[in-house]
Design a protein around this ligand. Structure first.
Ligand code: GLU
Length: 280
């Protein structure tokens, strides 16, 4: 890939009172036009814990594997369609990436430029890696900050935000992230820098997506996440934070396009839309 090339891929996330997996698959299907080489989901439930399914190839392969989502239990989760930049397209390099102890699942769009240097320091601390991706390094780094915050006696909620912020300070590059902590019932997290990401809210739950069409079936109330912002999503609430811990007031945008127009956002071809949406 080239330095100035931003991979597209699709990120989706849901927390609410409906089963998450079918919503994640549906959202990913609506972003297929963005292009991808593999797909995956991570869903959490009280009884089954963190369940991760991923596969190289079409979204249909993943969907068949989990019977349209029916095999996966839980009302919160994250999903991803990957456009490989670091490591070939295969089952292991597909997202979500899970920290070694299975505590954190992460989906990522973008490129962590200093992943090699971070990987080396984590290897020295005893972390091991299953994939060749930059994303797995970010997941392990987050895990190390999460463990540090626990040692400092932080409450679980506070600990998650603290670890995400520390990770954002340490990594260079571009990212839209969806994050799920196996020991945090009822919340998922999003963060972004230089890769697209929105969140949405409805009576049925809260959503993360790379693009509006992924969630338009469920809500028209959308918030645009700015660079270096973190979002804590719960069933009935969204909280926005800056990387330096400030809580941010954000106004929703009501989407008034229909789904078809939204998918193209006024451009005749998706490709054209993507080209115009690339940051300078
Ligand atoms: N750099 C990451 C990878 O290669 C994310 C690629 C993407 O945006 O899909 O897995």
């Amino acid at each position: 890939f080239q330095e100035d090339f931003l991979p597209m891929c699709g990120i989706i996330g849901y927390v609410g009172h409906q089963q998450a997996a079918p919503i994640l698959l549906d959202g990913l299907a609506r972003m297929e036009y963005r292009g991808y080489d593999s797909a995956g989901v991570a869903v959490r439930s009280e009884t089954k814990g963190l369940q991760v399914y991923k596969s190289k190839g079409r979204l249909q392969v993943l969907s068949d594997m989990i019977h349209g989502g029916a095999d996966v239990e839980g009302t919160l989760g994250i999903g991803h369609t990957r456009w490989a930049t670091h490591g070939e397209p295969n089952d292991i390099n597909a997202h979500p990436h899970v920290s070694e102890d299975g505590r954190i699942a992460m989906v990522h769009n973008g490129i962590i430029e200093n992943y090699q240097e971070i990987k080396e320091s984590l290897l020295k601390k005893g972390y091991t890696f299953a994939s060749q991706t930059d994303t797995e390094v970010a997941a392990a780094l987050l895990d190390s900050y999460y463990a540090d915050a626990a040692k400092r006696g932080m409450e679980p909620r506070e600990r998650a935000l603290d670890a995400i912020r520390n990770m954002m300070i340490r990594v260079r590059g571009s990212y839209a992230l969806g994050i799920l902590f196996g020991d945090q019932p009822g919340a998922i997290y999003a963060a972004r820098k230089d890769s697209p990401l929105i969140v949405g809210k409805s009576d049925n739950g809260s959503f993360i997506a790379s693009d509006v069409p992924a969630i338009l079936k469920y809500t028209r109330t959308v918030y645009y996440v700015d660079n270096q912002e973190v979002v804590e999503l719960q069933q009935g609430s969204l909280r926005f934070f800056s990387v330096d811990e400030e809580e941010i007031e954000k106004q929703p945008v009501t989407i008034d396009w229909d789904a078809n127009a939204a998918e193209k956002a006024g451009y005749e071809h998706f490709m054209l839309k993507e080209i115009y949406e690339q940051p300078k």
